[in-house]
Design a protein around this ligand. Structure first.
Ligand code: PLP
Length: 488
């Protein structure tokens, strides 16, 4: 395979993508003088149009995307998102709306926001929703700030946040950034919160428990009612990380489990692709007790007119300047309305069914650390393959040779050599079977021909990369770097 050069490497003086015709009138020197025109941009690649097109088309073909195949990245919900939702988000009136437009001009936008808030409140069983946070992690931080604001007003700010050892890394980070000390709660042998450990740690110095349900092992916290009771009895709040809402949507509501505050990932569950580098949204839902603290502005109605209310004395303030991710929210609304209650329920049911189909099909070939039935994702480990010197990284790389995207690796942290598979509801049985067959084949290879797995991938554009160097010293300006190293 030919290595695709960097665009800087094919740059050459005199090349350009297109040229304007020569002026047939004298240039307006005076006007030109005032314009910020640069003679040249240092290091800017000079290439022809066909070179630009071919360069980026070839690069795009080395990428893998959910429109191409199975993408079972656990915890990420890499499902196929219907194109109709993209179409709706690209409606001209949505794409040209401006953050400084007067409120009378954006009544439709405000209606979209307000309706989405109300529908998400309904789906989660919460009393109010704010669409301001831009990501799951920001939603967590906002949720913790709401809890802190409420506790401070009670004159009892507290110091500790309890987090299970299976939690996503953003949970302890958010609690820490909000000024809390994080105390870890051990999981029991079924992979759920140990009630005894929770009771022992749940003191009157604990502001909140951050819980993920179903948790990152894909296991539902069956004792959730008991858990919320224990936390509430000591005056603490229950924060639920709702990134796994795909497993519950339309079937069960965190609000009914007595959760006080939750964030959702619209860029997982609600029709925006995750990990695409584009904008996301991490709405926060709260119960009435925390509602006065929500970020401003709040969208309210007076008669049939929507307006932004900034007059909220207890608010934690603004957590972002504009709804720059408005189109993500428009997609979520289109998704919810097009599926309806029955459709949303089916999302959860089929995502759980698909995950269990994979778990059952592979349970003899790959180690399942927890035997507990799972929800929307299941976590295997490389324990059986390690006997032959094959690791989860090798298995992941070998899957690339089978044309499949690898699952999430090495997370959750409590499973050594984890392979976390989340098939989502959008995969057909045929695609699930392709994955299952590939995984079975790899487990045979690990025994009989481990070298072929350990040296994978063999068919991809690049082989094994030095991931640390790639992250720490990315070569983005090949020519300049080369010139610099030559000078040295
Ligand atoms: C993805 C995820 C998050 C963080 O969401 P971001 O939008 O990436 O910040 C938090 N918790 C869990 C369980 C997740 O899967």
């Amino acid at each position: 395979m030919i290595r695709e050069p960097l665009i800087f490497e094919i740059s050459d003086t005199g090349k350009r993508a297109f040229a304007l015709p020569k002026l047939d009138v004298p240039p307006n020197e005076e006007r030109l003088r005032d314009l910020p025109i640069r003679e040249q941009i240092k290091g800017f690649p000079l290439v022809s149009e066909v070179e630009v097109i071919r360069h980026f088309t070839r690069l795009s073909k080395t990428n893998f995307c959910v429109d191409e195949g199975f993408y079972p990245l656990g915890s990420c919900t890499m499902k196929y998102n219907p194109k109709i939702n993209e179409k709706i988000a690209s409606i001209l009136e949505f794409t040209v709306s401006h953050p400084y437009a007067p409120q009378d001009f954006i009544q439709g936008n405000l209606e979209v926001l307000k309706t989405t808030e109300e529908l998400l409140a309904e789906v989660t069983g919460m009393d109010a929703v704010s669409l301001q946070p831009s990501a799951g992690a920001q939603g967590e931080l906002v949720g913790m700030m709401l809890i802190r604001a409420c506790l401070e007003e009670r004159g009892d700010p507290r110091k500790i946040v309890l987090i299970p050892d299976s939690a996503h890394g953003t949970n302890p980070s958010s609690a820490h950034i909000c000024g809390y000390r994080v105390q870890e709660i051990k999981s029991n042998e079924s992979g759920t919160i140990d009630l005894e450990s929770l009771t022992q740690n749940m003191t009157e110095d604990v502001a909140a428990l951050m819980i993920t349900n179903p948790n990152t092992l894909g296991i539902f916290e069956v004792d959730i009612k008991e858990i919320t009771k224990i936390v509430h009895s000591k005056g603490g709040f229950v924060y639920m990380d709702g990134a796994n809402m795909n497993a519950l949507i339309g079937v069960a509501r965190p609000g009914d489990m007595d959760v006080d505050v939750i964030h959702l990932n619209l860029h997982k569950t609600f029709s925006t692709p995750h990990g695409g580098g584009g904008p996301g949204a991490g709405p926060v839902g709260v119960k009435n007790e925390l509602e006065p603290y929500l970020p401003i502005p709040i969208i309210e109605t007076k008669g049939d007119r929507y307006f932004l209310n900034f007059d909220r004395p207890k608010t934690i303030g603004r957590v972002r300047s504009f709804y720059g991710n408005f189109l993500v929210i428009a997609k979520a609304l289109a998704y919810i309305l097009s599926l309806g209650p029955e459709g949303l329920k089916e999302v959860a049911e089929i995502s759980v069914l698909n995950s269990n189909y994979i778990r059952k099909s592979l349970e003899k070939d790959y180690c399942l650390t927890y035997a507990t039935p799972t929800f929307h994702e299941c976590v295997f480990s490389d324990k059986f393959q390690r006997e032959h010197g094959v690791s989860n990284l090798d298995i992941a790389k070998r899957l690339i040779d089978y044309g499949l995207h690898p699952p999430t690796m090495s997370f959750p942290l409590i499973v050594r050599g984890a392979l976390m598979v989340e098939p989502t509801e959008t995969e057909s049985k045929r695609d699930l079977d392709l994955f299952i067959d590939a995984m079975k084949q790899i487990s045979i290879e690990a025994k009989e021909n481990p070298d072929v797995v350990k040296s994978a991938p063999h068919t991809s554009y690049v082989r094994r990369l030095d991931e640390t160097t790639a992250a720490r010293n990315p070569v983005l300006r090949w020519k300049e770097e080369k010139e610099i190293s030559e000078q040295e």
